[in-house]
Every structure is written in C-alpha cells, then in structure tokens.
Design a protein around this ligand. Structure first.
Ligand code: ZN
Length: 247
C-alpha cells in the first residue's frame, strides 16, 4: 500500500461515460493539476446518450448536452484536453477501431500515466462499457501504443510516434493499493460531478455526503480522512527496448 505524494507529468483518463472520470479520479486529477502542474486529458469513449430516465429526452439531445456538461466538469477539475470518441452508450465493443482510437490518443497526448476503470472485478459486477473501456485502455497502453508494428499508419501518415505509458491507475477495483489524499479537493469533486446536470438527482449536500462516505472508507487502511484509491499496474517494458530502438 502506498500513499502517493508525487504526481505524473501528464495524465490521461480513459473513461466510458461523462461523469465517470470525476467520480473515479476527479480528486486526484484536480490535486495533481493544482499542486504539481500535471497536464491532464480525458478521453470520453461514449457519448452517454442513454443516461436518462426522461422519456421526453432524445438520444441526440442528450449526447449534445453531455458534451457541454463534460467540458464544464473538466474545467472545474483542470483537465485541459477533452476528447470524445462518440461511441453509443451501452455499445462499446472491443473492436480494432476502438483500440486504434485509444492508441491514437495515447500517442498524441503522451501520458506517463493512464487512469481507467478496473475491468477485472472478480466478486462484483460493473457496467459493460466500464469493462470494455478499461480493457481497451490497458491494451492500448500496453502494448499497442509503444510498438511501431501496431497501427503503423498513425506513424507513417499522421506523424505520431510510439509512446510508452509507464503506469495505469485503475479505479473502481476491489483491492486498491495506491491512494491519493483528496481532503482539500472534496469541493472540486462535488462541483465537477454537479456539472453533469442531466445526471444529477441529488442536491449538493447529498452528493458531498456520498463522496465523503465513499472516499472515507479507506481511512482504516491509509489513515487518510478522504482518499481516492487505485489499483496500480506498472507496464514492464524493459525487455522490449529493442522494439523501440530498431524501427
Ligand atoms: Zn459509466
């Protein structure tokens, strides 16, 4: 178990729906941006166009609304690079197209760290898009993005270069092992979630209470009143250097 006191230079959250990022890692991103000068990106895999119980709302209108809401939420967190891949909500598939899109964004933004939803829960279930986006994010980071052999047209035609992501932080997993103290960022988290107006049925106080309960549950383990917890994966690319050296 580690309580993180450093931050990545460049962090990219790869996330299925508008609002997942703020709920999963919004506190950590806000802290890193403000205290360490981290440059942060969000890749939004779906357009979130099914996220409503309002029968009067159309999918098209909801998708457009959620783009605006995501920009507002990202502004509050301090995320400066927001990308929408536009897959249908509930329709994410682990396809060549999706893998190439995420690989492209990694090669373009060059994150040291990616953050995504843990796709490997064993004792609980999560939304299909959450599993698919987590799986594809990890596969894109290791091993597609670093290898010339994968999606070579991005290199020869689009001017991108292979990129090595060092680590992934997975949120929503069952056994987090690295924690970020977000005590000073509860307001940022609650306000950035509140920016997703179309998704909010609770008021600010209720949201804050929920966030406190959620981020307070690691206290016994970490000693931190409020923390976001992640499972860390370190990509061991050491033995693969020749792939990068020999084009
Ligand atoms: Zn979601």
């Amino acid at each position: 178990m580690e309580i993180l006191t450093t931050a990545p230079k460049r962090a990219m959250a790869i996330t299925p729906h508008p609002d997942d990022c703020e709920g999963g890692c919004g506190g950590a991103l806000a802290k890193w941006v403000k205290e360490f000068g981290t440059v942060a990106a969000v890749v939004m895999c779906t357009n979130g166009n099914k996220g409503t119980g309002d029968r009067e709302m159309t999918s098209e209108k909801l998708a457009a609304t959620r783009v605006i809401e995501q920009h507002n939420a990202s502004d509050i967190v301090g995320v400066t690079d927001v990308v929408f891949l536009g897959h249908p909500d509930g329709g994410l598939e682990d396809t060549l197209l999706f893998r190439s899109q995420v690989t492209r964004e990694i090669r373009r933004f060059k994150p040291d760290l990616i953050l995504c939803i843990d796709p490997y829960r064993s004792i609980s279930h999560t939304h299909r898009d959450h599993r698919k986006s987590g799986q594809v994010a990890l596969d894109a980071a290791f091993s597609y993005a670093w290898s010339y052999q994968h999606f070579p047209e991005q290199i020869t035609e689009e001017g991108l270069e292979p990129h090595r992501v060092e680590q992934a932080f997975l949120w929503g997993g069952e056994e987090p092992d690295v924690f970020v103290d977000i005590q000073s960022y509860l307001d940022v988290k609650v306000d950035s979630l509140g920016a997703h107006v179309s998704q909010m049925s609770s008021d600010r106080e209720q949201r804050l209470e929920r966030i406190k309960n959620n981020s307070g549950r690691h206290k016994e383990k970490t000693g931190l009143d409020y923390a976001e917890g992640f499972r860390r994966i370190t990509f061991n690319l050491g033995s693969l250097d020749w792939q990068l050296m020999h084009r």
